[in-house]
Design a protein. Structure first.
Lengths: 118, 310
């Protein structure tokens, strides 16, 4: 820790984490928190991921999903997964390419493959 | 249009490198069975843009969860994106009580899963260019090392055969992403400890305590010292009302990991509930002394136990 301010910030972050309900049961430390610690995730990363949940829920709603469904979908994601998609749902790969067009495209790629690349 | 194709051909001729296909050929299969085919994976033809729900439904049904693609649309389809996100495919499998495991980006791992009887969902770019991707999910249901082919349920085609090289080419742009959805007591054939621990904890997080308990049991059979494994086993046993088993699991965690404050904390809680206050206090004090990230929770536990003593 370089400065007293940085140390103070870390203390505040750790207290914030401690105050949040990690375990599903009062007093018990949840397995996902243990996993995060084992995998050396920083306290700051963990806090950011927690704050991102409602952000991701809102983003899903903006993309055409009703609120309850969006909430259920976010709840099923891990903190790391929420962190991966927060702010990026518009640009991340979204598999869904339609059947007929996919088939035509694939035939073209396959022809290129067999006659020119191999 | 045709000129464009010729440009692409030249680019492809120069730039395409398929290291994993080549490595597989050189290794002569590297211990994998020569061929494997999963005839029990049902085929669901996708509706427009719904390859996510279709692929997920195929994997879920193969793992014993009977669900139609239509009922998965609300779980994994994003209307404005006309498709499904990778993390939602994982979360979708989890919501149905299955272990959703993201594979390492290795062709040999994909084939190892298929050889072990596990269907694999893959993300492909079916477009010609990485800069203009057309993302698509397909399900791998078989392979043949001799003909160098992989078999996929994809789009409107069941059991489409494709050369490994072409498969790798289409798979590259998505980071060679794939996943399996397994019945919870099963370990992925290509499982790595940390990914498996993450996957089991993710399943526990969705509230499937019994299924997660099976996943942790499988994890511990392979990696008997896993801290996440023992903590998970204890926490899921606790959630299922199995106090004695929870205590045993947390004790194992403290033995294998004497510096894990979280293990002592949770042990303290369970001991207190079983009417062993002195042992509980000892464990709680130990958790506090170990400090670390668990300190606030451990202090709260100790205070609670001291309060109960009076």
């Amino acid at each position: 820790m370089k400065t007293a301010l940085a140390r103070q910030l870390c203390r505040v972050l750790i207290l914030c984490l401690g105050a949040l309900p990690f375990g599903a049961y009062a007093g018990m430390i949840g397995t996902d928190q243990v996993a995060a610690t084992v995998q050396a995730q920083g306290a700051r990363d963990q806090l950011r991921e927690i704050l991102s949940r409602s952000e991701v829920r809102d983003q899903l709603q903006n993309l055409g999903i009703d609120r309850n469904a969006a909430q259920a979908r976010v709840t099923a994601m891990t903190d790391a997964e929420v962190g991966r998609i927060a702010g990026r749902i518009d640009s991340l790969p979204a598999g869904g390419f339609s059947g007929a067009a996919a088939l035509a495209g694939l035939i073209v790629v396959e022809l290129i493959w067999y006659y020119w690349v191999r | 249009m045709f000129a464009g194709f010729f440009i692409v051909l030249c680019l492809l001729g120069g730039c395409v490198s398929l290291p994993q296909t080549e490595a597989l050929a050189r290794a002569g299969g590297g211990g994998l069975p020569q061929r494997a085919e999963l005839v029990a994976v049902p085929f669901f033809a996708q509706e427009d843009y719904q390859c996510g729900p279709a692929a997920l439904a195929m994997a879920l049904n193969a793992a014993g969860v009977a669900v139609a693609p239509g009922s998965l649309t609300d779980e994994v389809y994003v209307p404005a994106r006309k498709g499904s996100l990778q993390v939602e495919m994982l979360a979708g499998a989890r919501r149905h009580g299955l272990l959703a495991y993201e594979l390492a980006p290795e062709l040999k791992d994909v084939l190892a899963e298929v050889a072990a009887g596990n269907a694999v969902i893959v993300l492909q770019n079916l477009g010609l260019f990485a800069s203009r991707p057309y993302w698509h999910y397909a399900v791998i249901i078989g392979y043949d090392l001799q003909t160098k082919e992989i078999f996929l349920h994809s789009g409107a085609t069941a059991r489409r055969a494709m050369k490994f090289g072409l498969f790798e080419f289409l798979w590259l742009d998505g980071g060679r992403w794939s996943m399996v959805a397994l019945a919870p007591g099963r370990l992925p054939a290509s499982a790595h400890e940390e990914r498996m621990a993450t996957a089991a904890a993710a399943l526990e997080r969705t509230g499937h305590a019994a299924e997660a308990h099976l996943a942790y049991t499988a994890l511990l059979q392979r990696w008997p010292d896993s801290l996440v494994g023992w903590m998970g086993l204890g926490n899921t046993a606790y959630a299922l009302g199995q106090s004695a088993e929870a205590e045993a699991a947390f004790r194992k965690a403290t033995t294998a990991h004497p510096l894990a404050a979280a293990a002592f904390n949770n042990l303290a809680q369970v001991l207190a509930e079983q009417g062993k206050p002195e042992a509980a206090l000892e464990a709680a004090r130990h958790a506090v002394n170990l400090g670390g990230a668990s300190l606030p929770a451990a202090q709260a536990t100790l205070e609670q136990l001291l309060g109960q003593r009076h």
